[in-house]
Each structure stands twice: as structure tokens, then as C-alpha cells.
Design a protein around this ligand. Structure first.
Ligand SMILES: [Cu+2]
Length: 317
């Protein structure tokens, strides 16, 4: 799937992005027309020999009346075609909270059944065809939310909640990227939006609401190798920064790992999520994403424990 997720505002995949694309088209076409007209007048003026022009008419007409008319028309047009920037969410919208961290995204849903919070990271799953209303904030510096194919751009500010509406018309995967320089790993702060048929999305959300599938009370039949992974995770204090619901106390310094195995990528788009990727990430965090706020474990954790941690994490679907 990597590499196929579009990150282009020119391939709009939902009504909000289509509106923005339409406005952009009108602005670019208008600016091109005016530019060509001015260049044509310039060419005429350069070639012209002698004669007089009514300077007053040109200055008033071209410098005042024309821009005033064009800008007024554009103002009315852009107000008419504004994306939905409302304070309250539309009635049928799915509401999701997204908090930016240096350099990853925390994503929060409400369990429709219980009202409990469901926390994920770096991936926004949404139902196709339904508006999604985002509450955007930051845990540290200023970041910016931008998934060009689905919506406009919105800054994410510490201590403040901003809103953005987005919608995908069809199932698919799109890539987004932090759009405000936020430090060393700003470039490796990608977010993937996965839109699914509403029924598939509901089933996914219900699965995310459950605690870790490998909680011993839920599945006593874990293979010993995977069970060792859970023990090593706790023994090496990974839970000081990571929540795995049903396994350890809550901590929000790093991404929630309760269902880490169900995500496409690790480290906010840094590498594909599979068994090998997980082992690599945990061993060589600082080589893969220098400065990321997680230590490399290569020197502290023996190879067998690393492999079992990776095996345990990857089956947390
Ligand atoms: Cu950034």
C-alpha cells in the first residue's frame, strides 16, 4: 500500500477538497487571464511609436476601478464557495480529536456504545461518504493538519482547539503531512487517512474499543513466545510511555499501542508495519527517526526479547 496513497490537492476525493480545488481553478484561470492581458498591453506600449495616451484614464481604470471590481467579485465568490468552517459539527458528523505531538499524531474517538475514549495514532479511519468533524490541538509546539486530497489545512496550536471538516467520497487511503515546521523530525510526521464503507468502519471501531486482544484474561492460549513478548514489554518499562489497554496503566508520552498491529505504518509513516518493521523500530529508533522521543533499545534488550516484543505487538490488532 505504501507509495500509492495520494497526497495531492489536485486529486480531490471529497466535497470539501473539491470546493477548494474549484476555487483554486477559478483563481488561477483569472490570474492567468489578467497576466496575459497586462503583458499584451505592455507589448503594445513598447512597440508603439509616438501618439498620446490618456494617462488619467489608465491609472484610474487599470489601477483602481479594475482591481476593485475584480476583488469585490472574488470576495463574493469565495464567500459563496467557502468550505464549511463552522463552530458546531453537522448533525450526522463523526467527531474525532487529533492532537499533534513532536512527531506523531494522537487520534481519539468516542465509543458509540459506552462513550469511552478510544485512542489510536498516526492513522485516521473514517466512514466514506460521511462528514468528519475534527477537533485539532497540539501537545507541544505549533503543527498543522493537512490531508490535501480531503480537506484544507488547519494549524494545531497548544492550549487551543481548532476545527476542520473533511470527508472522503469513497473508500481509499490518503496521505497527509504536518504542514508547519515543528522541529527535527517534521518531515517524518505523516498521517494516513483510511476511508472505509460505513459498516466496515463500525466494525473496526467496535474492535478498537476492546482492550488488547492479547490480554491474558481474554486469550489464555497465547503462544509462549508471544507471552514472553508481553512480559519483556513490561520488564523493559515500555509502558512508562505507552498505553496497552488491559495490560498496563495509562501513559500518554508515546502512541497508544493497544491496537498497534492494525495500523499501516510505524513512526508516523517512517516504515511499514509488520513483524520485521516492529523489531527494527524498537531496536534502532534513533537511526530510523533521529531525535524521536523514544530511546533505541538495541543495546539494552537482547535479540530474542526484541523478537518476542515485536511478535506480541504485531498481533495486537
Ligand atoms: Cu511539523
Amino acid at each position: 500500500m505504501s507509495g500509492t496513497a495520494s497526497q495531492s490537492a489536485l486529486q480531490a476525493a471529497g466535497p470539501v477538497a473539491e470546493t477548494l480545488l474549484g476555487v483554486t481553478g477559478v483563481l488561477v484561470a483569472g490570474a492567468t487571464l489578467i497576466f496575459v492581458a497586462v503583458m499584451a498591453l505592455l507589448a503594445l506600449a513598447v512597440r508603439r511609436r509616438g501618439g498620446t495616451v490618456n494617462a488619467r484614464w489608465w491609472v484610474l481604470g487599470g489601477g483602481l476601478v479594475f482591481p476593485a471590481v475584480v476583488l469585490a467579485a472574488l470576495f463574493v465568490y469565495s464567500q459563496w464557495h467557502k468550505p464549511p468552517w463552522r463552530v458546531a459539527p453537522p448533525r450526522d458528523a463523526l467527531i474525532v480529536g487529533v492532537t499533534a505531538h513532536m512527531w506523531w499524531w494522537e487520534v481519539r474517538y468516542r465509543d458509540p456504545a459506552t462513550g469511552a475514549e478510544i485512542v489510536g495514532a498516526n492513522e485516521l479511519r473514517i466512514p466514506a461518504g460521511r462528514p468528519v468533524y475534527l477537533g485539532l490541538s497540539s501537545a507541544d509546539v505549533i503543527h498543522s493538519f493537512w490531508v490535501p486530497a480531503l480537506a484544507g489545512k488547519m494549524d494545531m496550536l497548544p492550549g487551543r482547539t481548532q476545527h476542520l471538516q473533511l470527508q472522503a467520497d469513497r473508500p481509499g487511503t490518503w496521505r497527509g503531512q504536518c504542514a508547519e515546521f515543528c522541529g527535527e523530525q517534521h518531515a517524518r510526521m505523516a498521517l494516513h487517512v483510511v476511508a472505509e464503507e460505513p459498516a466496515v468502519f463500525e466494525a473496526w471501531l467496535a474492535a478498537q474499543a476492546r482492550t488488547a486482544a492479547s490480554s491474558p484474561s481474554l486469550s489464555p492460549s497465547l503462544s509462549p513466545a508471544i507471552e514472553r513478548g508481553r512480559e519483556a514489554f513490561l520488564a523493559h518499562r515500555c509502558n512508562a510511555c505507552h498505553t496497552v489497554r488491559g495490560v498496563s496503566e495509562e501513559s500518554r508520552l508515546g502512541p497508544d499501542l493497544t491496537h498497534v498491529g492494525s495500523r499501516l505504518y510505524l513512526g508516523a509513516g517512517t516504515l511499514a508495519n509488520d513483524n520485521a518493521g516492529l523489531a527494527q523500530w524498537v531496536a534502532h529508533t534513533q537511526q530510523l527517526k533521529p531525535g524521536a522521543r523514544m530511546p533505541s533499545s538495541q543495546a539494552r534488550i537482547d535479540e530474542a526479547s526484541l523478537q518476542s516484543i515485536a511478535a506480541w505487538l504485531s498481533q495486537l490488532k
